[in-house]
Design a protein around this ligand. Structure first.
Ligand SMILES: Nc1ncnc2c1ncn2[C@@H]1O[C@H](COP(=O)(O)OP(=O)(O)OP(=O)(O)O)[C@@H](O)[C@H]1O
Ligand SMILES: [Mg+2]
Length: 236
């Protein structure tokens, strides 16, 4: 069974289409990079996949459940159980400590687990900063808090929206390593929005969002050629 299955997904704001005809499936443990120019609709697509935004057409199944058949409360529960979301703008809660931010998904599931929270903080290199407030952290540290929070409850699917977009190259690479390491260790599927070809080259598959729909790139067998993507097949 697919962890995530989107069929014929479309989104318009008023009469302005953002995307249409999107078919996308993620299997358990699969890492898929989502590429596309700024404004092509990557964040909008992630929000629709998570049931945080209503698509104009099409269907989304998350962990086998049809999002459209659920009410808002049921959708929230499904998200809490199966989804970790690393937002483009972090959305770390300013009035909660680092540890409380990371522990929030477990608290919402009524499974508080301070030991697991500390384990995640150590995993993202923030073991000593549990009691800090978000305003006392750097951008890179905030990004790591957001990653720890998205993974703490071992979700089947992680949606990560440019999780290293605000970092310099060295830190971006370190934070990405960390995210991929954790995702891999937990066997989560991950849809990773990124502008980095280096990040995309590490994915099992790359898909590109454009006005024409979604196109799939196959990664070259010999990335040393400097052309990480070969075959380009328009799927929609
Ligand atoms: N609430 C909204 N109302 C109207 N238009 C919107 C709304 N939200 C987003 N858009 C438009 O939809 C398009 C897609 O936006 P989106 O944020 O999904 O792009 P993106 O691919 O994530 O871009 P970036 O790489 O800059 O983050 C943009 O043209 C944007 O202006
Ligand atoms: Mg975006």
């Amino acid at each position: 069974m697919s962890v995530l299955e989107a069929r014929g997904l479309a989104k318009s704001y008023g009469s302005t289409p953002v995307f249409s005809g999107i078919d996308l499936c993620l299997q358990a443990g699969e890492l898929v990079a989502l590429l596309g120019e700024s404004g092509s609709g990557k964040s909008t697509l992630l929000n629709c996949l998570a049931g945080l935004d209503e698509p104009s057409a099409g269907s989304v199944r998350l962990a086998g459940a049809d999002m459209a058949a659920l009410n808002e409360g049921q959708r929230a529960l499904l998200r809490r159980q199966h989804l970790g979301f690393v937002f483009q703008a972090f959305h770390v809660l300013p009035h909660l400590t680092v540890a409380a931010n990371v522990g929030l998904p477990l608290l919402l599931l009524k499974r508080p687990d301070p030991q697991r929270v500390q384990e995640m903080l150590v995993a993202v290199g923030l073991g000593d900063l549990a009691a800090r407030m978000p305003r006392q952290l750097s951008g890179g540290q905030l990004q790591r808090v957001a990653i720890a929070r998205a993974l703490v409850h071992r979700p089947a699917l992680v949606l990560a929206d440019e999780p290293t977009g605000n970092l310099d190259a060295r830190n971006a690479s370190a934070v990405l390593d960390l995210l991929l390491e954790q995702v891999h260790a937990q066997g989560s599927a991950c849809l990773l929005v990124t502008h980095s070809e280096r990040a995309a080259a590490r994915a099992d598959r790359c898909v590109q969002l454009s006005e024409q729909g979604i196109a799939e790139h196959r990664i070259a067998e010999h990335p040393r050629t400097g052309h990480p993507f070969t075959d380009k097949q328009v799927l929609a």
